[in-house]
Design a protein around this ligand. Structure first.
Ligand code: ZN
Length: 273
């Protein structure tokens, strides 16, 4: 897998689930570490960069995320430099609210999409002036060689309604030199079509599949264009939605893409150099 390195811990965590999450981790010496947290049926992704930044993308469905983050960050670390809410569904939002209540998080990125929900209203209240609305393609420097690039939405959708909130998801690329992981949030086929038209270079070594491996995302056209070696699926064990869908798993197998799932592997760690 070219320069995108899986640490041996991934293989170990596949054999001995839970091993990885029992040890606090060092700040990476270079590049960045990405943790797809085993935080139940939802998304929660922690990024630690060599420059010492901690980024949290979504927080999963409840406060289980606190335990998962607590096992990874140094004992007294209380700072998460940036939190991103991809979209306001509960399986991404509620754990992020728990993280906001426990950690100092000086910067938030969100779309500001309109969504009538009391938890989302509470989130908007507590983030107050820390929030930055995504208004265009945005690149956030994480270390000398690495950045997080928001590629969707590429315009301000704050205050707008959406027929399908999943399709308001922030989609981003984690890039270190030429290695890339594409993070799809819960974006579905409609967003994939837009990205195919608007975004020239979708190729990535790994992809976190949209919408927890549901068949409403990960169209063959899109996945072929991304051409990943690895697909990560964030799902809760025995989830009531029966995700990931068999169709998605079949497609990955047909395309020769290795699938790693949080329900089977526990927290998944990847390193970008
Ligand atoms: Zn979701």
């Amino acid at each position: 897998m070219k320069r995108l390195l899986f640490w041996a811990l991934i293989a170990l965590s596949l054999i001995v689930p839970g091993l990885l999450i029992n040890q606090q981790t060092q700040t990476p010496l270079s590049g960045l570490d990405v943790y797809f947290l085993d935080a139940g049926q939802g998304d929660a992704i922690l990024i630690r960069s060599s420059s010492g930044q901690n980024i949290l993308i979504d927080g999963g469905p409840d406060n289980l995320v606190l335990e998962k983050i607590g096992r990874l960050l140094p004992y007294k670390e209380r700072m998460i430099d940036l939190a991103i809410l991809t979209h306001p569904h509960a399986d991404h939002l509620l754990g992020l609210i728990a993280a906001l209540e426990k950690y100092q998080i000086p910067k938030i990125l969100s779309t500001g999409i309109n969504y009538q929900n009391s938890d989302y209203r509470y989130f908007q209240e507590i983030i107050g002036g820390k929030n930055t609305i995504i208004a265009e393609e945005t690149e956030i420097k994480l270390s000398p060689n690495c950045s997080l690039k928001i590629i969707y939405p590429d315009e301000n959708i704050s205050g707008q309604d959406s027929k399908n909130i999943n399709n308001s998801s922030i989609v981003s690329e984690l890039i270190c030199q030429k290695d890339k992981i594409l993070l799809m949030g819960d974006a579905e086929v409609e967003v994939e079509k837009e990205l195919l038209q608007s975004h020239a270079d979708l190729q990535a070594e790994a992809i976190k599949l949209g919408h927890h491996g549901s068949k409403t995302a990960s169209s063959p056209e899109f996945i072929e264009q991304v051409s990943p070696q690895t697909a990560i699926i964030t799902v809760g064990e025995g989830n009531k939605y029966n995700l990931p869908s068999p169709e998605t798993l079949d497609e990955m197998e047909k395309l020769g893409i290795k699938v790693i799932r949080t329900d089977l592997a526990g927290t998944i760690k990847m390193h970008l150099e």
